[in-house]
Design a protein around this ligand. Structure first.
Ligand code: NAD
Length: 486
């Protein structure tokens, strides 16, 4: 029996009579798992109003009271972890072994931001004699959070927790491709003691997102998604505070002197985990020519051992793509690469284990790629690794930077001077040296170039979620006041 997934507004699930719905499909079985209500413009308005009213109450609470509610939210998320994990796995085909660890990441975000609730403060600026000047960081009011589909519960908690800690109300719009866990997370937040209405979820496609972005009551937009949508939102949200976390085409640079065994394993996990649907996946292997043949052979061997299958099976390491749309898109990229003369070292089609049902594509390694081909230039967001070779450090840096994106990069070398030189020359917001995808709510993670604006993690997040007020008070009576002489 399919369920009906409804928006969560002002502390309760709501359903307008006659509202349009759309189907949520399990990408492993291609079966409908739920009918989802598409929120109307009126519903978006109700959600923003509810958030605005509740925010006034929330902002009056002491930071300590806010912290306690966020901490309690983290505990309820952990308690509901199995249910949340199953929702995301059914929704996007994320292997259950990965989904099961996601609630711990969500809880960590809620706890980190609970701890930050009384650390959001301004400065005293002693530049003008006889005056006390201070700055204060105030909540913006209502934050519209618009999310992609590739890591539903984690991306929601990592965007929502800082917005709440900064004293804001929130309206979330999850992707229409992954609508299932957002409502439960919001329910748990209200159960944890947030005022009803402080965290709301509206459901539906880009039209619902657009209505949220354009709403006059929304003061800040936290957007995670594609560059194309980011551009539309940047224009529609002019005048609002904007944080954008967009796409990537991250290089994985391997020098001949690296710990190659570890680098092989990390390269494989770094590009194929979550079926390659990760913004900062290391999708471009850039490897030193002298070791390239052997390194790529080992990557191919290791990739062929990945356990592909039913995402509900604990043993599965790689599930299907999240949707038919994404499956078709990745296949189009692979067809273009083959037509352009690229060579598939491994993968390139449906894995034998997958049978005929589900949106599966085998882990794919592509060599002999033209530097201007779409498989090298465009974010594929699937299990596809391209290989390029370099002769020296300068060429490695050139190839790594030769992209419109600037989200992240991996560097593998045992030469510490080279590690620091290359890190300094890469045009990306995050660099992992001799490791892969280390993430934490406390650590900055923001994109350069087309990969984004602002930062959704760590201290940087506070800038996009608060407004900075300056107050200058003259206390020395002989300090000059700007005026015409009498
Ligand atoms: P998308 O841009 O298609 O959609 C993202 C969200 O925007 C969805 O909720 C969608 O409904 C909404 N939307 C669409 N049109 C809109 C409009 N006109 N106004 C307002 N909202 C609108 O992206 P996607 O395919 O869902 O996600 C994949 C993308 O997200 C990839 O590019 C990936 O790299 C990126 N991503 C980035 C990060 C990061 O931290 N930088 C993290 C995860 C995903």
């Amino acid at each position: 029996m399919t369920t009906l997934e409804r928006p969560f507004i002002a502390g309760e699930r709501v359903h307008e009579f006659g509202a349009a719905t759309f189907s949520s499909i399990n990408p492993a079985t291609e079966a409908v798992i739920a009918e989802v209500v598409q929120s109307s413009v009126e519903q978006v308005d109700a959600a923003v109003r509810a958030a605005s009213a509740a925010q006034r109450e929330w902002a009056k609470r002491s930071p300590d009271a806010r912290a306690r509610a966020l901490w309690r939210w983290s505990e309820l998320i952990l308690a509901a972890g199995d249910e949340l994990a199953r929702l995301d796995t059914h929704d996007i085909g994320r292997p259950i072994r990965d989904s099961t660890s996601d609630p711990a990441g969500c809880a960590r975000a809620a706890r980190y931001w609970a701890g930050m609730a009384d650390q959001i403060r301004g400065e005293q600026l002693p530049t003008v004699p006889g005056h006390l000047t201070y700055t204060a960081r105030e909540p913006i009011g209502v934050v519209g959070v618009i999310l992609p589909w590739n890591g539903p519960m984690l991306s929601m908690c990592n965007r929502v927790a800082p917005a709440l800690a900064c004293g804001n109300g929130v309206v979330v719009k999850p992707s229409e491709w992954s609508p299932m866990s957002a409502g439960l997370l919001a329910e748990l937040a209200i159960d944890a003691g947030l005022p009803a209405g402080l965290l709301n979820v509206v459901l539906g496609d880009g039209r619902v997102g657009a209505a949220l972005v354009e709403h006059r009551g929304v003061g800040a937009v936290s957007f995670t998604g594609s560059v194309a949508t980011g551009r539309l939102i940047a224009s529609a949200a002019a005048g609002k505070a904007i944080t954008m976390e967009l796409g990537g085409k991250s290089p994985n640079i391997v020098f001949a002197d690296a710990d190659l065994e570890t680098a092989v394993d990390a390269a494989v996990w770094g590009v194929f985990a979550n079926t390659g649907q990760v913004c900062c996946a290391g999708t471009r292997l850039i490897v030193e020519r002298t070791v390239a043949e052997e390194f790529v052979a080992q990557v191919a061997t290791r990739s062929a051992l990945i356990r592909v299958g039913d995402p509900l099976d604990e043993q599965t390491q790689l599930g299907p793509l999240a949707s038919k749309m994404q499956y078709d898109r990745v296949n189009r990229h692979l067809d273009d690469a083959i037509a352009g003369g690229a060579r598939m070292v491994t993968g390139g089609g449906r894995p034998a284990e997958a049978g005929d049902v589900g949106y599966y594509i085998a882990p794919t390694v592509v060599c002999d790629v033209a530097p201007d081909s779409s498989v090298v230039r465009e974010e594929i967001f699937g299990p596809v690794l391209t290989v390029q070779q370099f002769t020296d450090e300068a060429e490695a840096v050139y190839l790594a930077n030769d992209t419109a994106y600037g989200l992240a990069a991996n560097i593998w070398t045992e030469n510490s001077g080279r590690m620091l030189r290359v890190a300094g020359r890469l045009d990306v917001g995050t660099i992992w040296g001799n490791t892969s995808r280390v993430m934490d709510p406390a650590l900055p993670f923001g994109g350069f170039k087309d990969s984004g604006v602002g930062n959704a993690y760590g201290d940087g997040a506070v800038q996009g979620l608060t407004r900075l007020k300056r107050v200058s008070v003259r206390y020395e009576t002989d300090a000059p006041v700007p005026r015409w002489p009498r």
